[in-house]
Design a protein around this ligand. Structure first.
Ligand code: GSH
Length: 214
């Protein structure tokens, strides 16, 4: 399999963790979002991902899968072990709710194209953009903090789920944008527990082949 990814993309980060947790062999094809014009807009790439976003997972038969949560859902169905969603329907709903809060409430308003548009339309400065990013993360984290289990080793259970995957990727972005995580110690504990696992550590942005050398 080939994962079209960008080292700092949190959506690609989610899929990298899921692939690692499932023990899947895959290669990374870098899509440089930061390059002038953005490689996500290249015609060859748009054929794979008409939304011009990363990630895209291309299977060995050439099938291209897009949308990180849909890719992870496919992966969980195709390779059930270890499961990334609980069997219990209520717990499953709680895990999905936390994952959706990150992927559908926080992330879309903080995407690269959104902050670029803030600059184009409203002359938002670098600091305005950073403040915008932190604003939506604060609102999201306040909610997430009430949603996760207060006492389990990971967000909802003894093993990481889709919720942990989304939390880790989002907390990475929070640190990147200088958001102090002190108000949400439970989220920081979950993040640290997950990042201690090799599947998460190997998926970290700084470990990616397209990350700049330190
Ligand atoms: N909902 C999509 C979001 C994908 C997405 O927005 N990816 C970002 C990087 S994290 C991207 O490619 N941004 C490029 C842009 O905004 O032009 C998913 O979960 O896959």
């Amino acid at each position: 399999m080939r994962l079209y990814s960008y080292w700092r993309s949190t959506a690609a980060y989610r899929v990298r963790v899921a692939l690692n947790l499932k023990g899947v062999d895959y290669e990374i094809a870098s899509v440089d979002l930061a390059k002038d014009g953005g490689e996500q807009h290249a015609p060859d790439y748009a054929v794979l991902n008409p939304a011009h976003l990363v990630p895209t997972l291309v299977l060995d038969d050439g099938t291209a899968l897009t949308q990180s949560l849909a890719v992870i859902d496919w992966l969980d169905a195709a390779r059930p072990e270890p499961p990334l969603l609980p069997v219990d329907p209520l717990l499953r709903a709680r895990v999905l709710s936390a994952a959706h809060l990150v992927a559908m409430d926080i992330h879309p308003v903080n995407n690269l194209r959104v902050v670029q548009e803030l600059g184009r339309r409203f002359d938002a400065t670098g600091e305005d953009r950073a403040d915008w990013m932190r604003h939506w993360m604060r609102i999201g984290f306040d909610a997430l903090d009430h949603m996760v289990d207060p006492a389990t080793p990971f967000a909802f259970s003894d093993a990481p789920t889709l919720a942990d995957i989304c939390i880790v990727a989002q907390l990475y972005n929070a640190r990147r944008w200088g958001l102090d995580l002190a108000p949400w110690p439970r989220l920081a504990i979950i993040d640290a527990a997950a990042r201690a696992l090799p599947a998460f550590a190997d998926a970290a942005p700084e470990m990616q082949p397209d990350a700049p050398s330190p």
